[in-house]
Design a protein around this ligand. Structure first.
Ligand code: DGL
Length: 279
């Protein structure tokens, strides 16, 4: 298997860019393919079977583009479909795990608050994670509506602030001094979360840990890319023209964003993308 093949990364939308950012830092030589499944966000409100179907469709798309590994940059899709993807495909599948373990280990108050989607909090994977890391009280808070705010690019508006304040209050009032961002959309709101929670509260996510895990898995398999500048490729099932603005803001540079839709040819890596399909 050639080590210069790309890494495929996906999320229900733009949230996984918070993970992609860490992968790009950790692995500068790799080509990265990112799919934002924004037409189907939020996954957290969908039945399990629908999330599984999306995960398989996107995995197939990435593997057709020669992905040598898959990164599920979505906690909700991890709970719903990571095991399925691992059973189905031979490439390494790296998935999310909310940072409960480091939070429990470092909380001075012994009270940790986890913010995530309803689906993630209800998953067996999450219950096991909490059960296996005792030693602190773990409070949970589902945050319906937050993913939609991030998808809309509303990272600091009054509505987003009010929603976050409502979700943080039950955790902070019960003494949480450590907050775990258990959804990859939420690190994009970290400045606002820090502002609302105050400087005494530490805010953790798992982007860096996942990026390191990707590096470890590729190294073990002899699949780290040879030196060279890695390239980034982006697709969305949502509206490219609108999402490109949101994604460029989150990613920090201009990007080309390709439609991932029925009947629309998506660019491969080998040939130049069709400029007429540009969003
Ligand atoms: N970024 C996804 C996650 O980490 C968002 C979930 C959703 O679409 O509901 O859970």
């Amino acid at each position: 298997m050639a080590s210069d093949r790309p890494i495929g990364v996906f999320d229900s939308g733009v949230g996984g860019l918070s993970v992609l950012r860490e992968i790009r830092r950790e692995l500068p030589h790799e080509d990265l393919l990112y799919v934002a499944d924004s037409a189907h966000a939020p996954y957290g409100d969908q039945p399990l079977a629908a999330i599984e179907a999306r995960a398989i469709a996107i995995a197939e798309f990435l593997l057709e583009r020669d992905a040598k590994a898959l990164v599920v940059a979505c906690n909700t899709a991890t709970g719903a479909a990571a095991r399925l993807l691992r059973a189905r495909y031979a490439v390494p599948v790296i998935a999310m795990e909310p940072a409960v373990k480091p939070a429990v280990a470092t909380s001075r108050a012994g009270v940790v608050g986890v913010l995530a989607t309803r689906q993630t909090l209800a998953s067996a994977k999450f219950s096991d994670l909490v059960a296996n890391h005792g030693g602190a009280q773990v409070l949970t808070q589902a945050c319906p509506g937050l993913v939609e705010r991030v998808e809309a690019g509303d990272l600091e508006g009054e509505g987003t602030r009010a929603l976050l304040a409502e979700y943080l209050e039950p955790l902070l009032s019960r003494g949480a001094d450590t907050l775990v961002l258990g959804c990859t959309h939420y690190p994009h709101l970290a400045p606002l979360i820090r502002d609302l929670a105050g400087p005494e509260v530490q805010v953790l996510d798992s982007g860096l840990a996942v990026a390191r895990q990707v590096r470890r898995r590729l190294a073990e398999a002899g699949l780290l890319a040879p030196p060279g500048a890695g390239r980034d490729f982006f697709w969305t099932s949502g509206q490219p023209a609108r999402l490109r603005r949101v994604m460029e803001r989150l990613w920090g540079t201009r990007i080309e964003l390709w439609p991932l839709g029925e009947g629309v040819a998506a660019p491969g890596l080998a040939r130049d993308p069709d400029p007429s399909a540009r969003g």
